[in-house]
Structure formats: C-alpha cells, structure tokens
Design a protein. Structure first.
Length: 165
C-alpha cells in the first residue's frame, strides 16, 4: 500500500499510521485494501470471505448498486465491476448485460453482489427472482453462479449458504 500516512508494521499484513488521518482518509485506505484483495488473479476460496471487502466497497452508497465478481475456472478474480445503479430500494438488472460482461471477461463463474442501503441484508422476492433469472441465463453460457451476496450495514446474506443458488 503506497499511502504517505501508512507504513508497514513489524509483522506481515500489519500497518502503522504515521500521521493524523481523517475518517475520510481511513475509509479511502480501507477501500484501497479491499480493491487490492479483489484484484485480478486473487483466488476466492469461499465466497463469504469476499464479504468484508465487498462490504467496504458498497456500504457507503445511498442507492442500490448491483455488481459482479467475475472469476476464472480456478475461481481467481478476473475483475470486479459495478454493473447497475438504482434507487434507494431497487436497481434494474438486465441479464443480457450481465451475460455480455461475463462473456467479455471470459468468466467461468460469477459471484453476484448488491447492497441494501436500508442496512437490512435480507433478500427480497425481487432479489430471489433476478438471481434465478441470472443463474439460468449465465448457465446457458456455461458460466456458474457461485453465490449472490446481499450486503447490509453490518451483515451479509449469502444465497449459497441458504441453498438459493
């Protein structure tokens, strides 16, 4: 991490803040770390482990953002993309566009993710329906939907953990 107010700690994976930082700077540092953890080539062994990084990236939005983590056949990250932006309680998601992006990335698998600005990660009926539509559309292209994560303020709901994908 190349940030002027941050230096490496004595133990690998630890850092020392070398100067006074604002809350905004701390959030930017956290987002930079999250992006790095979701960088191309990183292997995602358990979708729920990606939650903390995705939460950092999506929790501040006051509107719904529907994103996808495109993965190769070894579940290494190809790219993380915010695909659709919506309103405070919904986002229009177009399966055709998700399939186009997945094919353009040459993805073998995908983790779908969106936030709930209300803070409550409980999936709606619309969330369940779009997940099923995306699973069917991507499945026709032999692209596996591994999970759909709904990010709330302090928690996440994994469709895979609830046997919904």
């Amino acid at each position: 991490m190349n940030h002027r107010k941050l230096s490496a700690g004595e133990t690998a994976g630890t850092y020392r803040i070398t100067d006074t930082v604002t809350e905004s700077e701390l959030l930017n540092i956290a987002k930079a770390f999250a992006r790095r953890r979701l960088a191309k080539g990183r292997k995602i062994t358990q979708p729920a482990l990606a939650f903390e990084y995705l939460q950092v990236l999506l929790q501040d939005y006051e509107h719904e953002v529907f994103s996808a983590l495109f993965l190769d056949s070894q579940h290494r990250v190809i790219s993380f993309e915010e695909l659709f932006r919506g309103t405070i309680d919904s986002a229009s998601v177009y399966p055709r566009e998700v399939v186009k992006r997945a094919l353009a990335c040459n993805a073998a698998a995908v983790i779908l993710v969106h936030n709930h600005p209300s803070g409550d990660p409980e999936p709606s009926d619309a969330d369940r329906r779009i997940t099923q539509r995306l699973k069917e559309a991507l499945g026709l292209m032999e692209i596996r939907v591994i999970d759909h994560l709904v990010i709330g303020l302090d928690a996440c709901v994994s469709f895979a953990e609830q046997d919904l994908v």
